[in-house]
Design a binder for this molecule. Structure first.
Ligand SMILES: Nc1ncnc2c1ncn2[C@@H]1O[C@H](COP(=O)(O)OP(=O)(O)OP(=O)(O)O)[C@@H](O)[C@H]1O
Ligand SMILES: [Mg+2]
Length: 221
């Protein structure tokens, strides 16, 4: 379960997240949509306990598999070395490194140094890291960015299976509305720090039309 309860946060006197409420139940994939600067990453960081809210609270099942917007890793390590290291850090330690690599499509990169991976390959290592320990909740900040079309299709299956087969609660932010339409059970739309809609995605064209209307209205307000 992933729940935001009235989360609010200012930076330098400017409120960038205002009273954000939503809930992602077990077995659900919820898309977190909004324009650049809307407050998605800031909300996600509060959900994870990485940033203190000014008001409100978060309730998230632990452990949580987190794919950050900018996945860092440790450049000197190999893919397997890095994932083994991360697996040992989990509470409890995970012995699912090979399974996570296979699921995220990085098994053939196991011995490559992180420093020499392409952007999309790095992103997949980030996804493998989030899968370690089969957590009950996942927060994925733009998980498909940089992936080629084949990898996007594979990653969609992985994300959906986490929820629909594994029973996890999955929150993912994305700018690709076709992505959200394809895999999300629900979408939460945030504009200028406020939730402006929470609904079923519908098809891609319909979602795009509604999204543009919501953003336009909120920007006039
Ligand atoms: N540490 C910080 N200090 C000051 N301002 C910040 C900080 N972090 C975020 N902001 C501001 O908060 C607002 C929301 O940023 P956030 O990163 O949450 O947006 P986002 O919805 O994730 O955008 P994107 O789609 O571009 O990733 C932006 O105006 C940003 O400049
Ligand atoms: Mg962001």
């Amino acid at each position: 379960m992933i729940e935001a309860k009235g989360l609010s946060r200012s930076f330098g006197g400017r409120e960038v997240v205002h009273d954000v409420d939503f809930r992602v139940g077990p077995g659900e994939v919820v898309g977190f949509l909004g324009p650049n600067g809307a407050g998605k990453t800031t909300t996600i960081r509060m959900l994870l306990g990485l940033l203190r809210p000014d008001r409100g609270s978060a309730d998230v099942s632990r452990p949580v598999g987190y794919l950050p917007e900018q996945f860092a890793g440790y450049d000197g390590m190999s893919v397997r070395g890095y994932l083994r290291f991360m697996a040992r850090m989990k509470q409890p330690p995970s012995n699912e490194v090979d399974a996570a690599m296979a699921r995220a499509g990085v098994a053939d990169l196991a011995r490559r140094p992180l420093a020499r991976l392409s952007k999309g390959q790095r992103q997949r290592v980030g996804l493998a890291q989030a899968l370690l320990g089969s957590p009950p909740a996942f927060v994925l900040d733009e998980p498909m960015q940089g992936l080629d079309p084949k990898q996007v299709v594979d990653a969609r299956h992985v994300v959906q299976s986490l929820a629909h087969e594994g029973g996890a609660a999955v929150l993912l932010s994305t700018h690709v509305l076709a992505e959200a339409a394809a895999i999300c059970d629900r979408v939460v739309v945030i504009v200028k720090g406020r939730v402006v809609a929470e609904e079923r995605p519908g098809d891609a064209a319909d979602l795009e039309a509604r999204f543009l209307r919501l953003v336009g209205q909120a920007e006039l307000a």
